[in-house]
Design a protein around this ligand. Structure first.
Ligand code: BGC
Length: 245
């Protein structure tokens, strides 16, 4: 067993757990805190510290943190579902200061993708794979021959000038009171457009709504194969932990 702490910062909640990075399983308890409002760097760093204390009272293990933003060399460059203060912000430095040790920082969809490619639905895949996470926003992770192209942010593709991220995410399903058929038609439009640009061989669809994959994945009409994520809600935590090792 080789342990790392994975932390997954979302628009709604922040999750953290120790992960056995040799097999991608959560070791011990999973901890959850609601995302502080407003989700500023200082407030989120405090929550991450709290999770760290709850998860790791004494052990010294590597830490990976997944965040819903473009990440370039430790700086967050965008902020769609978190406070605008994160734009062009030295996020890695802030977390390292808050936790008193080095951390790995990466985009949350990239983290989910790393976990799925190593231990989940992408395990045997060597071609062009796109992981799409459907949650508060839409995240994308692209792998070519197992290599990640980081921070692609293709959840924000625009159709007729409209950002697909708030329109076709799982949050839209709930927020706009959509029927499954109405939401699936938005998702279809988004994924068809995505496919016309990238042409992946496989889509892996993640996010909590993928627990209901049977209700929508078989109805999507795409050229690529489509499969649900296997690590479901844990992919971000597991991928963050992998990034730390
Ligand atoms: C953010 C992405 C993130 C996705 C999923 C989007 O709003 O821009 O960075 O991967 O949400 O959380």
């Amino acid at each position: 067993m080789e342990l790392a702490l994975g932390v997954d910062i979302g628009g709604t909640g922040i999750k953290g757990a120790l992960v056995d990075v040799t097999n991608g399983t959560i070791s011990g308890e999973k901890h959850y805190l609601p995302t502080p409002q407003p989700p500023t760097p200082t407030a989120i760093a405090q929550s991450v510290r709290e999770l760290h204390t709850r998860t790791l009272p004494s052990k010294d293990v590597p830490i990976g943190i997944a965040i819903p933003a473009v990440v370039h060399r430790g700086r967050t460059r965008t902020a769609a579902n978190i406070d605008p203060e994160w734009i062009d912000f030295a996020a890695q430095d802030l977390f390292e200061e808050a936790l008193g040790q080095p951390v790995a920082l990466l985009n949350d969809a990239d983290a989910a993708g790393l976990a799925e490619m190593r231990f989940g639905a992408g395990r045997e895949e060597h071609g062009s794979v796109s992981i799409i996470t459907l949650g508060t926003g839409i995240g994308s992770a692209i792998f070519i021959k197992g290599e990640l192209l980081p921070s692609t942010e293709l959840g924000h593709l625009t159709i007729d000038g409209m950002d697909c991220c708030p329109w076709a995410s799982a949050a839209a399903f709930h927020r706009d009171g959509l029927s499954w058929a109405q939401w699936i038609s938005r998702l279809q439009e988004y994924l068809s457009y995505y496919e016309s640009l990238i042409w992946p061989e496989l889509f892996i669809i993640g996010g909590a709504i993928s627990e209901d994959a049977d209700r929508f994945l078989p109805l999507l009409q795409l050229e690529a194969r489509v499969t649900p994520a296997q690590l479901r809600g844990d992919a971000g935590i597991v991928g963050a932990a992998l990034a730390a090792c």
